[in-house]
Design a protein around this ligand. Sequence first.
Ligand code: ATP
Ligand code: MG
Length: 569
Amino acid sequence: MRLSQYPINTLKETPAEAEILSHQLMLRAGLIRRLAAGLYSWLPFGLRVLHKVEHIIREEMDRAGALELVMPVVQPAELWQESQRWREYGPELLRLKDRHERDFVLGPTHEEVITDIARRELKSYRQLPVNFYQIQTKFRDEVRPRFGVMRAREFIMKDAYSFHLDEASLGATYRVMAETYTRIFTRMGLSFRAVRADSGAIGGDVSQEFHVLAASGEDAIVFSDADDYAANLEAAATLPESAPPAAPREPLRRVSTPGARTIADVAALLGVAPTRCLKTLLVAGERDAVIALVLRGDHELNAVKAQKLPGVASPLRMASAAQVQAVSGTEPGYVGVQDLRCPVYADYAALALADFVCGANEKDLHLSGVNWGRDVPPPTAADLRKVVAGDPSPSGRGRLQLARGIEVGHIFQLGRKYSEPMNARVLDEAGRDVPLLMGCYGIGVTRVVAAAIEQNHDERGIIWPAPIAPFQVILVPLNLAKSARVREVSERLYTELLAAGIEVLCDDRDVRPGVKFADAELLGIPHRVVVAERGLEGGQLEYRQRRETTSREFPLAEALGFIRTRLQT
Ligand code: ATP
Ligand code: MG
């Protein structure tokens, strides 16, 4: 493609509407344009990237034996009533009526439609297993559409749905899909993790999310530095300490701590590290009860874990001041771990301490040199805290690292959730009529493009991973209006590259070199070749890879071979 024939301008200024970098860069580079909230047009350059992403997904889904089809975006309400989601889905489901006053929805997803296909087409176990997929538009009336195509209202998803006779077959296809997603995101050149939605060290066999790692990601995730364990931060388990607490060395003392209510205050006042202090949080239990949760001073309570403990009210909330007084005899800030008139859970790390500091259940007083067993009976051990970087991985191998992620894919074993209410059944080997088992597997195709940019950019623009770049090479002739030689060489090279099947963009506009360089970097084309009068005098062209900061010369005579070699590295 020639830029002189391309009518869309890049933007120098950052559009005010765009909060995150990928959105800013997609607008500036002219990949997308906003039509209305959460609705975007894909302009030619953006569409080229989208097609690359779709192509990789399609190849890998086909390789995995999935069958492509396309289902309508507009779906009759009856199907949604059958699955109960007409009622359950809420305002994200856009409902509309046709001229006959019949109800329809704009499909936010396609479980109902595919289950309808399955119940009509699949009659026997002999037709199973089967995995159907489509790459299709979805509409979700998101409360807060934002970040451009990252959370849009209309977006493109690859969604696949598999059908099975038994759990073993569902599990097998689920694992094939997990491998396929790994191949897909690897081929796109993205750094990602498959994240378990559940907490266990083993497992992750019912649902997994695929996250592209990026500092701006909406989700906090953790992963092991030694194996493929990865989980949502909220779901990640901590392990009990392997060693018992050290033997007591200090005597138990009451220490005066006037006005010191926070761990930071107490630690500073007494000159001890927060890691040597305990904090006791009193939370609401069921039926007006109170439950004490004890954590090491530097650790944070994980609300998701806490509200799963027996007796703790869900959603989690703190006990009232009156309740605190009733169970501890003091006010918040001075509650300790001894003589509490309520059930007490202590986090594993809190139970591993010796000679620690905690509240004395008396205003302006703390205890130091406290030891479990000697001074206070150890309470029930529990996993209560948020993991931190450096914690041992629950998988038993390696240590945890924290990262942020963007959810680009989700695989899920649905079981009989749709087949039962919608009556999708087949005959098994024994001739019995049984409900189908189902799995579903989504990829946010348009979101992948934004996520790739979030992960790969610098202050000058996008840095496309080569497999999804709109073009591989950008040819930049300088001052071509003035130089016949530059014109002649760049034309020849452009034709040669095209003939060699290389995706090349030629910046043959009559604009200043600085403008061309800035646009080449903003557009993020992986390889840049400059044709300039000065170099040509010595028979040289200039090459730069998008991630590099310096250029190098190479002989014009070997241009095609040189560029081919660069494309392979
Ligand atoms: P999220 O938690 O981000 O809302 P979800 O759990 O609703 O995602 P799924 O229903 O599993 O998403 O959809 C499959 C994939 O579609 C997601 O992993 C995500 O990549 C993509 N996706 C979901 N909602 C949007 C949206 N509003 N805009 C763009 N992509 C989306
Ligand atoms: Mg959602």
